[in-house]
Design a protein around this ligand. Sequence first.
Ligand SMILES: *[C@@H]1O[C@H](CO)[C@@H](O)[C@H](O)[C@H]1NC(C)=O
Ligand SMILES: *[C@@H]1O[C@H](CO)[C@@H](O)[C@H](O)[C@H]1NC(C)=O
Ligand SMILES: *[C@@H]1O[C@H](CO)[C@@H](O)[C@H](O)[C@H]1NC(C)=O
Ligand SMILES: *[C@@H]1O[C@H](CO)[C@@H](O)[C@H](O)[C@H]1NC(C)=O
Ligand SMILES: *[C@@H]1O[C@H](CO)[C@@H](O)[C@H](O)[C@H]1NC(C)=O
Ligand SMILES: *[C@@H]1O[C@H](CO)[C@@H](O)[C@H](O)[C@H]1NC(C)=O
Length: 393
Amino acid sequence: MNVVLASFLLTLVWPTRCLLLRQDAQRDLHPKLASLLAALNQTARLKLGSDRSRSAAPYLRNLEATLLAMAQNTSQIPAQLLHGVKDDVMTMVANELKPRILTEHRQIQSQIAEFSGLFAKCEGVRGDGLNESYLKQEALPVLIANHEACRKQESLLQDRLEACRTALQSSRLVDASTCESARLLDRIPEMSVCSTLNGESAEAYHRRMLEVFQDRLKSIRIRRLLCENTTGALHLQESACDTQDQEVKHQRQSCNLMQRQLDSAACDLSLSMNTTCSKYQACRSQATLSYDLVRNTVKARESNLHDEWKALQHIECILEAMVGSDIMRAAQDCGRAIYSVAHLVVNYITMPSCQPCEDLAEVPGTSDYNATVFAGIPANAPVAECAASCCLA
Ligand SMILES: *[C@@H]1O[C@H](CO)[C@@H](O)[C@H](O)[C@H]1NC(C)=O
Ligand SMILES: *[C@@H]1O[C@H](CO)[C@@H](O)[C@H](O)[C@H]1NC(C)=O
Ligand SMILES: *[C@@H]1O[C@H](CO)[C@@H](O)[C@H](O)[C@H]1NC(C)=O
Ligand SMILES: *[C@@H]1O[C@H](CO)[C@@H](O)[C@H](O)[C@H]1NC(C)=O
Ligand SMILES: *[C@@H]1O[C@H](CO)[C@@H](O)[C@H](O)[C@H]1NC(C)=O
Ligand SMILES: *[C@@H]1O[C@H](CO)[C@@H](O)[C@H](O)[C@H]1NC(C)=O
């Protein structure tokens, strides 16, 4: 038995710290009791829970064995001394060893509980991101509608310009023909015009010639006026078409600007959804990774705490047995007893399921985007090439 105790003590390598066990000269008279007390003293200094990777349970079980062996041989020890030792050890167990286990249980339980907050933070990151995206998304229909209205106006102006150009074409033809006929008339007549008719008197000749020349003069003047009139009309038409052309160009510029804003807003939305997604996934995998890690160490500590608690309960039981009448019987009962550790069970959290990522189906530059956003755009007011950031990337 001394050998067992000695080797047990040799395994204790923790730094020493005084335990308040009564110094009693009487105890030193009983070497086995003295070494038991020393062992207890050492065990108390294990500082249960200070080294989380190692369980104190094996030492506690060793102590149990020592106590049990002692219990079998208490007849030589004075009853009063035995009671003193029992009280000391009970006090140590109750005041020091058990509270340490309870404290550590609270610590590991709160370590686990912190992860609820961590996972909730990930959902918060996602929620904030989705809210931000939602605001961006809300602005899009207005931009789409304004752009479409602009292109429709552009299309109307384009139609009007086409009509103007068609009219201009016919004005050109009319002007060309009126001015050509004016040009044909505007010349000195052939000599033959002036030849006399058979038997014509001089007076009749001159009267006739006067009429001929007056008619010719009138025709020349009318044709010239007509030419000037159609040429004037042509110039009016030309300047009308020029103005309309400017209007179309101006309209197209402002539509392109609106499209640019629309494309950029859609890029922004897509980027913001993607960013939210990657932030959320990073947060989740970080949290999951560290939760797995912590859960594993906590599980190991939890199981150690259960062992330690049961060992302490067992020690308490044996100590009670040592001062009873039928020591061996009571000690056997202690071995069969079931010690509950229900209050030391750690409640693990259930990881909330990972939400699927949302990304924008209609990214600018894709056919989906063209089909959705530019569906109502007239063919004669075509949209510009996308120049927003996500198209250029
Ligand atoms: C417990 O150990 C400390 C340090 O070794 C010692 O000072 C103290 O006297 C011991 N107590 C008993 C009751 O053995
Ligand atoms: C009890 O003590 C006596 C006398 O010291 C010794 O002979 C005996 O072997 C001890 N019994 C046990 C079970 O340790
Ligand atoms: C998202 O917005 C809604 C309504 O504006 C708000 O009730 C909710 O708390 C917001 N969520 C987050 C995570 O900010
Ligand atoms: C051309 O003639 C028409 C009819 O005679 C007249 O109404 C119009 O004002 C004239 N246009 C010009 C440009 O002289
Ligand atoms: C967002 O992610 C999707 C899918 O990975 C990708 O097709 C799209 O280009 C991304 N958007 C931006 C703005 O980077
Ligand atoms: C989308 O429309 C733009 C503008 O017309 C065009 O340049 C681009 O090629 C289209 N993209 C696809 C994938 O159809």
